[in-house]
Design a protein around this ligand. Structure first.
Ligand SMILES: [Zn+2]
Length: 486
């Protein structure tokens, strides 16, 4: 409070009774932390792929060769897997009417192919095509072991991730049957060969992240969001953006969402103009793994100026509890002795959310409030607030302690001196700061005082020497912006 008449030093009394147990009722608001959706499912199934075969070993097909082709089997980066190639190629004599055919390779061959004096015909090769390169990751190592039971297996790691490619060599044996310029295939080919991958370890995908240019926006402010991957390096794809307004809020009349989430499409950045608090979701995939990320943005009507945004005063809970403090002060009661100063603290909880409490006590008066928090404290105090339920120059009632000082004088509320709050208000704030600092090491916090016209703020930088000029004033009925706070 501030007074037109002699300064009285009563605000400080509250500090000294902070530890005194007294009857009180609490009005509390609690920030509800929002949970992220469950982690995307990690597919450990791998996959399999039948390796195609040419009908014959015609020269034009490289003897029936199959060059590297994609299998559709995708390996996440840093995964481990068991690679197998199983099944055989059947080589039978082609029905070419030619006496020179010897059909020496008729038979059935496994993935290692035919050991033909250093040539491994029909040998299967596997490669990994990563984001930057294609590398041969394996050949069968037990070369030259033909037979229908042959199977190749290896346990491997995929550092960069990518897609499995597979190839098979051809088999020589074309003939021209003694005719110049003609070539007949010697063999017909068929195959049951399959390349298969069983993933044995898939690391968690890098999570998708989302950042916001501000967590505290005014109605219609443009908030810029960006999607990313942490740690960096994953391949990010966005399928859509989705803005989910908090329930229980409605936009101010006439407020329009100028930029909607829908126009952001599959971009990795999005600009949006929220009207109420809510959560922006970005949905997509990292390295092909479905994922999403979200960030909550507080939106309050009549936000403080964006250049000097006061994120505490703009917090919806603080606004809500300021309104409750004001509404419970009986500020319209013509019997001014019925009015009550109300106040409390904004606490930061260990999980980063806010809790706001109004602490009332039976000994509160129209001009004083004890604001005694319970012990232990709910969190770390980051702001104190109280209301002055008076108009400028309104005469203070007799149950305001100051009236005892000199009953011959009549004291009035002064909302102009020192920009609103009084020396008593600063004294109380400083006392609170010192008190919480001595008990729990809380850093200096800021104070708010609200009367019927304005919200006054003592920034945390307020000191004994600058408090008279350091006050920031926010009009409750903001004619410039056409809005009302709190
Ligand atoms: Zn005060």
């Amino acid at each position: 409070m501030s007074f037109k008449k002699p300064v009285f030093n009563f605000g400080r009394v509250a500090v000294t009774i902070l530890l005194v147990s007294c009857q009180r009722e609490q009005v509390t608001g609690v920030d509800v932390p929002r949970k992220a959706p469950p982690m995307a499912h990690r597919d450990l199934s791998g996959g399999s792929f039948p390796i195609p075969i040419q009908a014959t070993n015609a020269e034009a097909t490289g003897g029936g060769e199959i060059g590297f082709i994609p299998t559709g089997i995708i390996l996440p980066a840093n995964s481990r897997y068991v690679l197998s190639v199983s099944g055989t190629v059947q080589v039978s004599a082609a029905s070419v009417p030619c006496e020179f055919n010897s059909f020496g390779y008729v038979g059935e061959y496994g993935p290692n192919g035919i050991n033909d004096g250093g040539f491994h015909q029909l040998e299967v090769s596997v490669a990994l095509q990563g984001p930057l390169s294609t590398s041969i990751v394996t050949h069968p190592t037990n070369k030259g072991t033909p037979g229908p039971t042959s199977i190749y297996t290896d346990t491997l790691s995929s550092f960069g991730g990518g897609e499995i490619l597979v190839a098979r060599g051809g088999i020589a044996g074309g003939t021209n049957c003694g005719q110049a310029g003609v070539s007949y295939p010697a063999y017909n080919l068929s195959s049951s060969q399959i390349v298969s991958v069983v993933l044995t370890y898939v690391p968690p995908p890098p999570p998708m992240t989302i950042g916001a240019s501000t967590r505290y926006a005014g109605v219609g402010d443009t908030v810029s969001y960006g999607a990313g991957v942490a740690p960096p390096g994953g391949s990010l794809s966005i399928s859509r953006w989705r803005w989910v307004p908090d329930t229980g809020y409605s936009a101010p009349p006439g407020a329009i969402e100028k930029l909607s989430d829908a126009q952001c499409g599959t971009q990795t950045a999005c600009n949006h103009t929220p009207l109420v608090p809510g959560t922006m979701w970005v949905i997509g995939a990292v390295n092909g793994n479905p994922d999403s990320a979200s960030v909550h943005v507080n939106v309050v009507p009549c936000a403080t100026p964006i250049a000097t945004r006061d994120t505490i005063l703009d917090h919806p809970l603080v606004r809500k509890l300021l309104r409750q403090a004001w509404d419970s002060s009986h500020y319209t009661d013509p019997i001014t002795s019925n009015r009550r100063e109300r106040g409390g603290y904004v606490w930061r909880l260990p999980d980063g959310t806010y809790q706001v409490n109004i602490y009332t006590a039976s000994g509160d008066t129209p001009c004083t409030t004890a604001m005694t928090p319970p012990s232990p404290f709910p969190g770390v105090p980051i702001a104190a607030f109280h209301v002055h339920p008076f108009k400028h120059l309104e005469i203070l009632p007799s149950n305001c302690p100051i009236q005892n000082r000199n009953p011959a004088l009549s004291y009035g509320y002064d909302a102009l001196k020192y920009g609103g709050p009084s020396g008593d208000d600063f004294g109380r704030l400083k006392g609170d700061n010192d008190y919480f600092n001595s008990l729990i090491g809380a850093p200096p916090f800021q104070g708010y005082v609200m009367d019927d016209k304005n919200i006054y703020r003592f920034p945390p930088t307020t000191t004994t020497s600058n408090w008279k000029t350091n006050v920031v004033t926010y009009p409750r009925n903001d004619a410039v912006h056409g809005c009302v706070r709190p």
